[in-house]
Design a binder for this molecule. Structure first.
Ligand SMILES: [Zn+2]
Length: 129
C-alpha cells in the first residue's frame, strides 16, 4: 500500500466525503441559476425589455463566479487527497493541523502562512514606525 500521504486511509475517506458533500452543496446551489446564467452568457439579442432582469443576472453572475472559484478549490482539495498532498501547507510544506482541516477542508495553508498572507494583503494593519 502506498504511504506517501500524511493521512491515514480513514482520514482520507473522511475528507473525501466532506469535500464531495461540499461540492454537491455548491453545485446544487449553483444549479438554481444555471438557466439564467446560460441565457446571460449566450445570445443577448433582445435585452431592452429585460433591463431589470439583467441586474439580477449580473448579481447571479458574480455569485456564480465566486462559486466556481470555490468549486475549483474543492476539486483541487480532492485531487490533493488523491495524490497525498492534502493537509500539507503549500507555502512551507508543514502539516496543516487536522482541526483546521476539519473546519476548512479546502485550506491550502497552515495558520502561520495564512496569517502572513493576510498580513501581506493589509488585513492586519501592522504599525511599523
Ligand atoms: Zn505554512
Amino acid at each position: 500500500m502506498l504511504r506517501k500521504t500524511v493521512l491515514t486511509e480513514e482520514k482520507r475517506e473522511y475528507f473525501k466525503n466532506a469535500l464531495s458533500q461540499m461540492l454537491d452543496a455548491v453545485l446544487s446551489d449553483t444549479g438554481k441559476d444555471a438557466r439564467s446564467i446560460a441565457y446571460f452568457r449566450g445570445d443577448s439579442g433582445d435585452l431592452t425589455d429585460r433591463a431589470s432582469l439583467d441586474i439580477d443576472k449580473n448579481v447571479n453572475f458574480r455569485i456564480r463566479e465566486r462559486e466556481s472559484r470555490l468549486i475549483q478549490k474543492i476539486k483541487d482539495a480532492l485531487i490533493r487527497v488523491e495524490n497525498g498532498t492534502f493537509g500539507i501547507c503549500e507555502e512551507c510544506g508543514s502539516k496543516i493541523p487536522e482541526k483546521r482541516l476539519r473546519v476548512r477542508p479546502i485550506a491550502t495553508l497552515c495558520i502561520r502562512c495564512k496569517e502572513e498572507e493576510e498580513g501581506a494583503k493589509g488585513i492586519n494593519a501592522r504599525r511599523s514606525a
